[in-house]
Design a protein around this ligand. Sequence first.
Ligand SMILES: [Zn+2]
Length: 265
Amino acid sequence: MSNVRIGVFGGSGFYSFLDDVRPRVVDTPYGRPSAPLMVGDIDGVGVAFLPRHGTEHQFPPHEINYRANAWAMKELGVTRVIGPCAAGSLRRDIAPGDFVVSDQLVDRTSGRKDTFYDGPVTTHVSFADPYCPELRALAVKHARDQGITVHDGGTVVTVQGPRFSTRAESRWYQDAGWDVINMTQYPEAYLARELEMCYVNIALITDYDVGVEGEIEAVSHAEVLRVFERNNAQLRDLLFALIPAIPEQRSCPCASALRGARVET
Ligand SMILES: [Zn+2]
């Protein structure tokens, strides 16, 4: 079995993707991750998979132990994290079935435990560019190679949930120029940064958010489920192509995110 260096957080409807896996139960100073990590191999590259909502989808977005999940990945040796998620579209030209490789994030969550640095050493980590530029470029390229309609960049607004947006909130997010909406990107992406792991998001668009519908014909529940299943099948194919193409050597700033972040006295 290869050394594990790639981590994948599975989202809604995406609870497994490797066939030959062994479970690794990891305990962390922050408690248990959402599930045992499933460790496997893709073309000689060690991969750890963790369904962020748990294997039975028992953890809603606001109850996920994001710190334990990120810490467990780091402990297994992961340096690069892929964090796909189901998402709603805030723009008409981002359609259900499209993928968005986000490049910015807005945090609208509250009360989540979102740092490993509660003192005594005060640490301010830059999050100006929340996503790994190297992994983003690779994800976009491989999605295009697979014939997926992919948007290179986009701002994901992460809301607290578990409720969906009101129409007024959704209009507000659109007016602000944000592109997709989700409930788990924060603090997952940020905690990876605090541990100097690369993180890339692939937002799988399942539907339009409530305020975008307007004149767009409402889709049936069956149609949403069909899109959902197709997204997850395409994601699986994308991951099998993308993961072996990720270089072992990192040529991005993520590995030195803590440099200069500590307040020294
Ligand atoms: Zn990186």
